[in-house]
Design a protein around this ligand. Structure first.
Ligand SMILES: [Zn+2]
Length: 300
């Protein structure tokens, strides 16, 4: 009798151990938290908002650097070989993506396109699009939803947790959208002069117009003709603010501002924030509110 009972207990213990190890094989294999990498700041912020304490998020491109001309390093590849997922913006933003896919040996790494199902602005007939998708708040909400869906698929045990975070931030992003909508009422077709061609989505969403000093990849410094055209445009349209961004050289904005007897102000495309901004708790919501205030200041 006693022997039978012992055997039964041993069997139960074996079964439990087997269940625990087999359950863990899918998601807990690499530790309890999903190891998430992101390419640019908005994806980093959105992944943290949805993933909360259940995920570990690291951004590939160092904060404060020019994101358009980034090339992955050997240590990036080593990091990605230990990760579960790389969330990239997509819509053509990450020119280095194909090379990265070929270099990473980690067969389990999920490459996730966060711009899946977004409304894109097409730049030309070759179907290249403006990749600064997150500057539409509606698109940013869709980014959150996409990230929530992929986290839930990779880590089903925490699906409810991700869903709750999504609902919470969706509501906050909708409040931000409504604030923009309300405050821009009566400012239809107003123009902003910006440091690079990044604000197309924001302008389209709220009926504004951007005049960029540099192109969509922020690389071409304007020639004297372009500079004089921008100066003329500002004078013709009573614009007294020239926006710059911290990751790019602000000298050109300062020169134009001087020419028109105006001033410069910061407008963040959010591709990157400085490390200090991130550490001090700035995020998409707080920076987009700063952008709203800065644009409104420029109209007055
Ligand atoms: Zn850009």
């Amino acid at each position: 009798m006693a022997a039978k009972k012992e055997l039964a207990i041993i069997m139960i213990v074996f079964t439990l151990v087997f269940m625990l190890t087999s359950c863990g094989a899918n998601s807990a294999q690499k530790g309890d938290k999903l190891k998430v990498y992101t390419t640019i700041y908005p994806m980093y912020d959105f992944a943290k908002k949805i993933g909360g304490e259940k995920v570990e998020v690291k951004n590939l491109i160092p904060f404060g650097e020019d994101t358009h001309h980034y090339e992955p390093s050997v240590s990036d590849i080593i990091d990605l070989n230990k990760a579960d997922i790389l969330i990239y913006n997509g819509a053509g933003y990450e020119g280095f993506l194909e090379k990265l896919k070929q270099s990473v040996e980690n067969k389990d790494l999920v490459f996730f396109d966060a711009s899946y199902n977004l409304d894109l602005i097409f730049e030309n007939e070759e179907e290249t699009h403006d990749p600064h998708t997150w500057l539409s708040i509606k698109n940013a909400i869709k980014n959150l939803e996409n990230i929530k869906d992929i986290f839930s698929r990779l880590d089903g045990g925490n699906a409810m947790y991700y869903e709750n975070n999504y609902q919470k931030y969706k509501a906050e992003f909708e409040d931000l959208y409504n604030e923009y909508k309300e405050k821009f009422k009566g400012y239809k077709n107003r123009s902003i002069i910006v440091s690079h061609d990044a604000f197309g989505y924001l302008c389209k969403e709220f009926g504004l117009n951007q005049v960029p000093i540099r192109g969509i990849n922020a690389d071409d410094e304007p020639n004297p003709l372009k500079m004089s055209q921008i100066v003329q445009f500002a004078l013709d349209n009573n614009i007294n603010t020239i926006f710059y961004e911290e990751a790019l050289n602000s000298k050109i904005s300062e020169t134009i501002a001087k020419e028109i007897g105006g001033k410069t102000d910061t407008l963040y495309p959010l591709e990157t924030l400085t490390g200090e901004q991130v550490n001090s708790g700035e995020d998409y919501l707080s920076v987009m509110k700063k952008n709203l205030d800065a644009i409104l200041r420029s109209f007055n």
